[in-house]
Design a protein. Structure first.
Lengths: 190, 216, 61
């Protein structure tokens, strides 16, 4: 039951984009077509899930054991970056179809704040391995939902009659603000 | 004169947040108060100057093919140092900025400047570029946090980043009419959206004027 | 103790640079070469960014 509330809390209430501001850049950059947004979401989900488990294991079984926890940040960013490179290479070699659909978004993920943010949050929140895995699933699902919804809204915005000054990024940011209001409405849920 | 141009371009013409739209994550998250914005700005300036100078010094040693991974390693090391220093000397700020200090690593401004400027230019130029870009970032987050704090709490306050008990200034003008939405995440998006719209408005007006002048 | 820190760092950096190079030298499957769509986001860490491909261009010339 606690895991369910952790999941819902991280997916909706503390949504990664709209209330923690991780991954705002891909929100504005990639999400113009709903289909691309979904593919990006799958790629991010996979990477964050694997990264949050790997970084949790490395932190608790290597860094803590060797008493070098001050290397946490450097370890995490290097592990995430290597992981992304490896997955990209693996997909290129084994399944071009999957690479075509979601692999092209992988390189962008290295500097997606969400991946590093989840890894760091898992440690600072003191999660155990199962909780870290749940967080590694809930956060990117929240991300995927938001970028998908956002992409569908932006598709309509392109044909809407927007004042010239607000065209493009400004109206996209204000849209995100209104979505954040909606998320804030369920703040007391968990 | 040219040196001054390098410094100046980061402030307005190529402002990392308002024009290049880089590093928005931290800019949106930490702009709840002027104090936080100032502290984050200082942290970013430190990291940016150190990374630009170090990378500029090492630019002929780093093998070209693996330069971007090397930059990431250097930046991560520097950010960790800044994080530890802030933990020691500005504990209140460290607490309120939280995870956004380590997230400077993935801030596109730092890596962007390292690759597009420091790896091609001398130490002095790289230093000036970093200072300009860092001040541009600080200026932008201060502007955003100015509006958010003013509208969200009805007043403004600034504390000494190194000593949270020391108040530099503090006033409250209309706290009973404050719109607390602006201190929340939604307010951050809306504030930045409006500021960008204002910048776009100025740009469009300038272009129109230039066009009219051409026609005449 | 600090010797482990150096060993750990060296191992991580080696793994990262190794995977980066291996990935860089793996050609993209057909139909994926064109990433012209991805010009706008200024995100330099993304390997689609032109910064990662400069040296390949130089080799061709």
């Amino acid at each position: 039951m606690e895991l369910v509330s952790l999941f819902i809390g991280l997916t909706f209430v503390n949504n990664v984009v709209l209330s923690k501001f991780y991954a705002v850049c891909p929100l504005l950059g990639v999400s113009k077509k709903p289909k691309n947004a979904l593919n990006m979401g799958y790629a991010v989900t996979f990477v964050i899930f694997v990264a949050s488990i790997v970084t949790w294991l490395l932190y608790n079984y290597v860094l803590v054991k060797l008493e070098i926890t001050y290397l946490d940040l450097i370890t995490f960013i290097l592990v995430i970056a290597s992981l992304v490179q490896f997955v990209e290479m693996f997909l290129k070699k084994t399944s071009p179809d999957i690479y075509k659909a979601m692999g092209v978004y992988l390189p962008l993920i290295t500097t997606n704040c969400a991946v590093l943010g989840v890894a760091l949050d898992n440690i600072s929140a003191g999660y155990n391995l199962i909780e870290a895995a749940v967080a590694g699933l809930a956060v990117p699902i929240g991300f995927t939902i938001v970028i998908y919804v956002f992409a569908t809204i932006r598709e309509r915005l392109d044909i809407a009659n927007v004042p010239e000054s607000f065209k493009g990024t400004p109206i996209a940011l204000i849209t995100a603000g209104i979505m954040a209001c909606a998320i804030a409405g369920i703040a007391g849920l968990v | 004169m040219k040196k001054f141009d390098i410094f100046k371009k980061g402030l307005f013409i190529e402002n990392p947040i308002f024009v290049l739209l880089l590093g928005l994550c931290s800019a949106l998250a930490i702009t709840t108060s002027l104090t936080n914005a100032l502290g984050m700005g200082m942290a970013v300036i430190c990291v940016l100057i150190m990374s630009n100078v170090i990378i500029s010094l090492l630019r002929n040693i780093i093998p070209n093919e693996i330069r971007i991974p090397v930059f990431i390693v250097i930046i991560a090391t520097l950010v960790k140092c800044v994080q530890m220093i802030m933990n020691a000397y500005t504990p209140a700020l460290y607490e309120s900025l939280g995870v956004f200090i380590p997230l400077i690593v993935v801030n596109c401004i730092i890596l962007g400047r390292a690759e597009s400027f420091a790896s091609k230019n001398g130490v002095v130029d790289s230093f000036l570029d970093a200072l300009g870009m860092g001040l541009g970032y600080t200026f932008a987050v201060l502007v955003i946090s100015f509006f958010r704090e003013l509208i969200g709490t009805g007043g403004l306050s600034l504390f000494n980043p190194f000593d949270a008990s020391q108040v530099i200034f503090q006033f409250s003008a209309f706290s009973e009419y404050a719109v607390s939405l602006f201190t929340q995440p939604a307010g951050a998006f809306i504030t930045l959206g409006c500021i960008l719209a204002f910048i776009q408005f100025l740009k469009v007006r300038k272009e129109k004027k230039a066009k009219n002048a051409e026609v005449k | 103790m600090s010797i482990w820190a150096f060993v750990w760092m060296a191992a991580l950096v080696a793994v990262f640079i190794g995977t980066y190079l291996m990935n860089k030298h793996t050609p993209k499957p057909e139909g994926c070469e064109d990433m012209s769509e991805c010009g706008g986001c200024n995100n330099i860490a993304c390997t689609h960014h032109s910064a990662h491909h400069e040296d390949e261009d130089k080799d061709e010339h």
